[in-house]
Write a protein that binds this ligand. Structure first.
Ligand code: ZN
Length: 85
């Protein structure tokens, strides 16, 4: 039916951003270390990410906003899963 030219000529149908733009926006988090957190307070699960210095995992409960942090390195946790209460 319609060839490629027809599609390109319609203004507004062409997405202004490429379909994978969301991935691009999240690229800042890619490669950063994270912990999986089970939030006991709200029985939910999410990830918390390492801070820029790479010394601490910090995050907040997605439901109630209760903060949690976990140290990195000696004396800290080496677990990938973490429980916050
Ligand atoms: Zn909570």
């Amino acid at each position: 039916m319609a060839g490629p030219d027809y599609i390109v000529d319609i203004d507004g149908l062409k997405p202004s951003a490429p379909p994978n733009s969301q991935q691009t926006n999240r690229a800042g988090l890619r490669g950063r270390r994270w912990l999986a957190v089970q939030w006991k307070c709200c029985s939910v699960y999410s990830r918390i990410y390492c801070n820029r210095a790479g010394t601490l995992y910090e995050g907040k409960c997605p439901k109630c906003g209760s903060p949690v942090s976990a140290k990195v390195g000696p004396g800290g946790t080496s677990k990938r899963f973490f429980e916050a209460s």
